[in-house]
Design a protein around this ligand. Sequence first.
Ligand SMILES: N[C@@H](Cc1c[nH]cn1)C(=O)NCC(=O)O
Length: 446
Amino acid sequence: MSSRPTTTTSSGSLRSWLIWLTAAFVYVLAVFHRTSLGVAGLDAAERFGVGSAALSAFTVLQVGVYAAMQVPTGLLVDRFGPRRVLLGALTFLGLGQVLLAVAHTYALALIARGVLGLGDALTFVSVLRLAANHFPGRQYMLVTALTGALGFVGNLAATLPLALLLAGPGWTPTFLIAGLVTLAFTVVVTLRVRDTPTSRTTAAPTASATEVLAQLRAALRIPGTRLGFWTHFTTPFGQNAMVLLWGVPFLVDGQGYSATVASSLLVVFVIGAMVGGPVLGGFVGRRPELRMPLVVGYLAATGVTWAVLLGWPGQLPVGVLIPAFAVLSLGGPFSMVGFALARDYNPLPRVGTATGIVNVGGFVATMVVSLLIGVLLEATGGNYRIAFLTMVVVLALGAWRIGVWWLRARAAVFAAEDRGESVPVRLRRHRWDTGHIVAERTSASV
Ligand SMILES: N[C@@H](Cc1c[nH]cn1)C(=O)NCC(=O)O
């Protein structure tokens, strides 16, 4: 644990903040492209002559490519450095959007969204890996939370501004310009972004397939990585499933609100995450020993929130929905604790791989929950109370796994302390911290 190489400065320099901002803008672009079909859905249906099932294939393909690419992205970032991977991300994002701009067939549009999904998948982990190189551990949580919050700027740009552009200049000019601007941003990244404060690029030596697998196994063996995965699995899926798919149908079909009121209520998710992220990131950065108790407290609050939402007799009043959505909106910010765990408990050259593993969690949970809700709605003739119980079941599963890996991660920390090693976060022992044997078995160097 003591051998972990880290940044030598006590806080990131102004130059590091500017480099991070440039990289984070790539994430803003990625989120813009990711969410752009939200307002372009109807235009897409008309342009390609398809219905809603074919439209949802765009989302499924994109999220699928994203989730499948997270571990390879982590390995690529550790091998080639975040700068090069970000340049690849911009190239795929730009080409995908340009292709979508000129596509006239559904098949070509699907390929375009697949290419775009690939670019999207390469982005977030690269930005976090860059942040790990430029900022010390105690600032990392704040920087990751700010990255997540900035992503919502891309989300917001893909709402009214994009809708106005589509209604004005139209599909081809809008997406063509978006794609070309993205491609042009490779020049800024090439000129401004440096992998570390001291070097423009970093690269690990060429690795054989066996060595790559060993890197993956080593990251997976660390209890902190597993705890990060389950934290990311358990915290953001409620917010994601509501914003990406089920929020509006739940409010309109399940609660009887108008589509306008429903989409206005969803703004609570954006505001909550944008405000909550930096506040939580700043606090947890100063008091890292409190991050897991806070996550557990948040999960309890989420459980109560779902109990209210699903148990309320009759229509849920707006006065109940707003605080409930505000609680759920903090799922994204809390998920960033998972990345802080990956960073703290892995050596720097492996942080990209561990971050990729952690990032799979939330997206797998989101996919499973979104899919099961659809299946249960169909099976029950549109009973949202039953269908949304999926949220509670997945929450319980995640909370259980967090409990298991939290104890193991703590045991690994205490075992490292007992060996006289320094640890990233000093923890206070409790009576229930008895798992040293497990720690010795699961981690050679936490
Ligand atoms: N949980 C999100 C990030 C986040 C932060 N605040 C709200 N959401 C996440 O993991 N994002 C990865 C991505 O590619 O967007």
